[in-house]
Design a protein around this ligand. Structure first.
Ligand code: NAP
Length: 243
């Protein structure tokens, strides 16, 4: 298992679902963790308490990561409390379920801002210190929808495809500084997001079950533990797709 003792991680959208599991897995590997959330403070504090019980430091940091000022403040708060960020996991995301004819400009802009622009804002904030220290790990939580049909809508597909392009663009430029940037593309994982809109999709999964958030976290940990793999997307889909 990768030893992350002494490393500081920030996970966006870590109050629930995949982000929660990633934050706890990073702490189990030895990292201290900043747990970002948007509004569910009680859930975020429960994640912090779980990490404290593992003997690691953690804080809950509220921020709407689609906004540049909020991201700057989140990094200031996290770094003041825990130290400079070594590991960034861009996980926060939304899924607005709409038929294509009902999709509005506002839905499109909001999805791109929360799912894609947030990753740019967080990476921009994280890389100066990673570069100075010659070590950093960035993982974007993309989706099978980046390359496949997906069940949410074209706005969501576009936001996740954008995340993977963002990862490759940064990966090419940062690897010489010891920083890797990769994506994990899950589908379909049993979380509130899936239970809210895609629960009927179980029959599409050859494995016959939804994935777990812990299985996604395991792949994130693999990427964090590897210094040579960069610019890649690792998919886990229970056999739904192989790209
Ligand atoms: P989830 O259960 O709905 O949790 C979403 C998390 O994101 C929550 O912690 C939420 O905070 C946070 N969040 C939402 N908007 C935010 C914002 N503007 N600023 C900061 N935090 C925000 O979702 P999930 O299923 O775990 O999904 C996590 C990521 O995996 C998303 O990027 C999603 O697109 C991706 N993904 C999920 C699946 C799947 O099958 N579940 C598949 C592919 C990709 P609050 O709790 O405070 O609201």
């Amino acid at each position: 298992m990768t030893d992350l003792t002494g490393r500081i991680a920030l996970v966006t959208g870590a109050s629930r679902g995949i982000g929660r599991a990633v934050a706890i897995a990073l702490a189990q590997a030895g990292a201290d963790v900043a747990v970002n959330y948007r509004e569910r403070a009680t859930e975020a504090i429960e994640v912090v308490e779980t990490i404290h019980a593992l003997g690691r430091r953690a804080i809950a940091v509220p921020a709407d990561v689609s906004r540049g000022d909020a991201v700057s403040e989140m990094f200031r708060t996290a770094e003041h409390a825990l130290g400079l960020i070594d590991i960034l996991v861009n996980n926060a995301g939304i899924a607005i379920f709409h038929d294509i004819d009902a999709l509005t400009e506002e839905d499109f802009d909001h999805t791109i801002a929360v799912n894609l622009k947030s990753a740019f804002l967080c990476i921009r904030a994280a890389i100066p210190h990673m570069r100075e220290r010659g070590w950093g790990r960035i993982v974007n939580i993309s989706s099978g929808a980046a390359r496949g049909a997906g069940g949410i809508g074209p706005h969501y597909n576009a936001s996740k495809a954008g995340m993977e392009g963002l990862a490759r663009g940064y990966a090419a430029r940062l690897v010489k500084h010891g920083i890797t940037v990769n994506s994990v593309a899950p589908s379909l994982i049993a979380t509130d997001m899936v239970q809210a809109g895609l629960a009927a999709s179980l029959s599409r999964i050859p494995a016959g079950r939804f994935g777990t958030s812990e299985e996604v976290a395991q792949v994130v940990l693999m990427l964090v533990g590897n210094g040579y793999m960069t610019g890649q997307t690792v998919a886990l889909s229970g056999g739904m797709s192989f790209n």
